[in-house]
Design a binder for this molecule. Structure first.
Ligand code: UTP
Length: 297
């Protein structure tokens, strides 16, 4: 893969408390909430594999048993489906027997995304790696990863994915201060700024390529916004001084992001994914149109 160290690790943090979804997320992680019949985490794991990452590390937290079970073999279910001759569902289950190529590590307590990424240090070692947030879906992701990997190959360092957001939403995201050179260069980042403090309208979305130096920065990053160790603050340290780990670049691609950790966004995602389905879509869409007409009356 060119002059930079190869990218094979993908880290998928899924250890957050999911408080916005309580009580549903009391016993199960929000990453297990289904989009019709497939949990969000499965989309993200499939995305990481199809982007070419061969070593996946899932960061789990206090109630993450279901996350691990989801990717384990399930002999009883498989036998039942086999006995019923239900090859389609059997195939969909067998596809999920991804452990051991999917590794897991536990974040002791939900101290923030930065702390979650730090728990990957031992597994990832001295290699550059990708991060995909377990509750964020991106479509089409192949386009985004192609661009991110190209920029990484050319410049090394870190590569972020950015999306333009309206003024009213900058306080929900990490916001980047950028200049436009041959590629977009990031000079600083501010986590959840007020509109007045936001250096731009470019928000970080949940896909990153990071250099391993981020781990030593994270070890010395004190808690930031919300009393959590913020990944954004650690990347900002790298962005302000390229001598530490090379430059921080960013790409913006024509992709759509679905934040399944937010209730309203989750609902919209379920409806959109359902209407697109070949099996359920036509009937669901007919029902939905009728339902909406009923609301307007
Ligand atoms: P969020 O900020 O959306 O997750 O983190 P949260 O804290 O669980 O959400 P609320 O606000 O309480 O509802 C983005 C991603 O980072 C992971 C989450 O699981 C999610 O995939 N995360 C966050 C961790 O793995 N550990 C943490 O300590 C915090």
């Amino acid at each position: 893969m060119g002059k930079q160290p190869p990218l094979k690790h993908a880290v998928i943090p899924a250890a957050g408390l999911g408080t916005r979804f309580l009580p549903a997320t009391k016993a199960i992680p929000k990453e297990m909430l289904p989009l019709v019949d497939k949990p969000a985490i499965q989309y993200v794991v499939e995305e990481a594999y199809s982007a070419g990452f061969t070593d996946l590390l899932l960061i789990t937290g206090h109630n993450k048993g279901a996350l691990i079970d989801h990717f384990l073999q399930s002999p009883e279910l498989e036998q039942t489906l086999h006995a019923r001759g239900d090859q389609e569902r059997l195939g969909s289950l067998q596809k999920l027997n991804m452990l051991p190529s999917l590794h897991t590590v536990r974040q002791e307590s939900a101290r923030g995304l930065g702390d979650a990424v730090l728990t990957a240090a031992e597994h990832v070692g001295d290699s550059p790696f990708a991060v995909l947030l377990g509750d964020d879906l991106i479509e089409p992701s192949d386009l985004l990863w192609k661009k991110m990997v190209q920029v990484y190959e050319e410049f090394g360092g870190c590569v972020l994915a950015l999306m333009e957001v309206p003024d009213s939403e900058v306080s929900k995201y990490g916001i980047a201060k950028v200049t436009y050179e041959s590629e977009m260069r990031v000079h600083d980042l501010v986590e959840k700024p007020t509109k007045a403090d936001a250096p731009s309208n470019l928000a970080i979305i949940g896909r990153y390529i990071l250099s391993p130096e981020i781990f030593s920065i994270l070890r010395h990053t004190s808690t930031g916004k919300g009393g959590e160790v913020q990944l954004t603050d650690a990347i900002a340290t790298l962005a302000r001084d390229e001598r530490i780990a090379g430059p921080v670049h960013a790409v913006t691609a024509e992709v759509r992001r679905f934040d399944t950790g937010d209730r309203l966004s989750y609902l919209k995602t379920v409806v959109e994914f359902a209407t697109r389905r070949e099996d359920l879509g036509p009937e669901f869409t007919t029902w939905l149109k009728g339902y909406i007409r009923g609301l307007n009356d």
